[in-house]
Design a protein. Structure first.
Length: 66
């Protein structure tokens, strides 16, 4: 009886392992980016001077790359 169940689950159409990993990674990345954006907005509201300084500093670093 358990052998039949094992065969059916092995034969059932599933997504391949790499596809599942890519989807999981994409989902985790989307959640992370949403939380990051939320944290940045919160920082802008809570500490506007620090946020402004951090943005200017990031722009400066992007402008002058060594």
């Amino acid at each position: 009886m358990s052998e039949q169940r094992g065969r059916k689950s092995a034969e059932s159409p599933r997504k391949s392992e790499p596809e599942r990993k890519v989807q999981d990674r994409t989902l985790r990345r989307a959640v992370f980016l949403a939380e990051l954006a939320e944290a940045k907005e919160l920082r802008k509201r809570v500490a506007p001077r620090k946020a402004r300084h951090a943005e200017l500093h990031a722009r400066l670093l992007r402008t002058f790359r060594y």
